[in-house]
Design a binder for this molecule. Structure first.
Ligand SMILES: Cc1ncc(COP(=O)(O)O)c(C=O)c1O
Length: 412
């Protein structure tokens, strides 16, 4: 098991202070900090190998292409993809889900079809489907979430019909940290002939994922939530599906051939094979290289240990939070068996922004607001919440300090 304190030196940002205090970063569900290894990998790309990919025969282009496609391979192995071609580079989870909505949904869903979505989803797994449903007329059915933030499996599974074409579910809620049994739901989806889209934004960074074991048809995640750079993310898709899907954006890279015909005064176009069919234009090459470096960093720690570390922190924090202040409330289940390292909370009489600002005065960063998940806040009967979320470099000592400051807040 790695020691969180020992790896903190890899993260340059922890050298700085905020408002005169050592930085305590508990906003990891929003984005994570970057280790020197990731920063160096990006810098090395720009300093030594920078060129465009796939387009030139010269040395630098060959090197850039090898690094770019090598990153795809590293990512594919990390999530258990059958082959690198199942890994599409995108900007992040949001773009990955939009890609599926436009390339698959827009072409395949019609009036009478149904898409099943849980009410705990991030807006990025709701809004693209609402947009496409307004264009094609299919129906969205929302599955209930229990008042403790856990999924109502009975409701979700009971809402499948012969018309259900897709089920959308996050593997981990970005508000409550609740872990969903996406493998179970994927099985039910497939029994009804529907596809399964898993939002892995909050799971891929924190636990071992095997897309073949889950039998997910699509998995979306973001590099920046797992030590990697911003602006790079992944859509995993089963190859047979990607092959049948229409392109997302048009431009260079995503075509095999464009031929102008003077007779018809038009262009005939044939698409490139996946994944390049979905990657129009120059990709975020350095971002992919950085994400591969992030994955190698996580693999060195071991994903089972990453999960265990966060579990221990969560158990420790929940116990302390439950006894620290009379005015503090924890939202959603606190059962450590059901969740990972995300803790939503509130302080009576204060808005979540007041709570976050108070903590910020002491160098402690937590998120406040509705975390792009308003329907779940409606279920919790809240306008907003504060959220502490942990990652590999967080320690029990930081949690102790967090509790101390919360106690001060209550006095204040
Ligand atoms: C569960 C979940 N899905 C999707 C997203 C969107 O990710 P991104 O902003 O990186 O596209 C987030 C970001 O917080 C998330 O937590």
């Amino acid at each position: 098991m790695f020691i969180a304190q020992a790896i903190r030196d890899d993260f340059p940002i922890f050298k700085r202070k905020v408002n005169g205090y050592p930085l305590i970063y508990f906003d990891n569900a929003a984005t994570t900090q970057k280790p020197r290894q990731v920063i160096d990998a990006e810098q090395d790309f720009y300093e030594n190998h920078n060129a465009n990919v796939h387009r030139a025969v010269h040395t630098l282009s060959q090197e850039a292409t090898e690094l770019h496609e090598g990153a795809r391979e590293t990512i594919g192995k990390f999530i258990g993809a059958k082959e690198p071609a199942e890994v599409v580079f995108v900007r992040g989870t949001t773009e990955a889900i939009n890609l599926v909505a436009y390339s698959w949904g827009l072409r395949n869903l019609k009036a009478g079809d149904e898409v099943l979505i849980s009410l705990m989803e991030h807006h990025s797994n709701i809004v693209p489907w609402e947009i496409i449903s307004r264009l094609t007329g299919f129906t969205i059915k929302y599955a209930n979430v229990n008042s403790d933030g856990t999924l109502d499996y009975k409701d979700f599974e009971g809402k499948f019909t012969k018309n259900t074409k897709l089920a959308c579910l996050s593997q981990v809620s970005n508000v409550s940290g609740v872990i969903n049994d996406v493998k179970r739901v994927a099985k039910v989806a497939h029994e009804h002939g529907a596809l399964m889209l898993v939002d892995g934004a909050q799971s891929v960074p924190h636990m071992s994922i095997d897309v073949r074991d889950l039998d997910a048809d699509f998995l979306a995640f973001s590099g920046h939530k797992m030590l990697g750079p911003t602006g790079i993310g992944v859509l995993y898709g089963k190859k047979a599906l990607l092959e049948k899907m229409a392109p997302f954006e048009g431009g260079g890279e995503m075509i095999k051939e464009v031929s102008y015909s003077p007779q018809s005064e038009g262009c005939g176009i044939s698409w490139n094979a996946p994944p390049w069919k979905f990657e129009a234009g120059t990709p975020n090459i350095a971002g992919g290289v950085g994400l591969a470096a992030a994955i190698k960093y996580l693999q060195r720690l071991g994903m089972a240990d990453v999960f265990q570390h966060e579990k221990e922190l969560t158990e420790y924090a929940v116990k302390k939070l439950q006894n620290c202040c009379t005015k503090l409330a924890l939202y959603g289940t606190t059962n450590p068996a059901l969740k990972c390292g995300i803790i939503p909370f509130g302080v009576e009489g204060l808005s979540s922004h007041d709570v976050a600002l108070f903590l910020d005065n002491y160098g402690i960063m937590v998120r406040s607001g509705f975390h792009c998940a308003q329907p779940l806040h409606q279920i919790f009967k809240l306008q907003s919440s504060a959220r502490a979320s942990f990652y590999i470099y967080n320690t029990k000592e930081e949690i102790d300090r967090f509790i101390e400051v919360l106690k001060e807040m209550e006095q204040f």
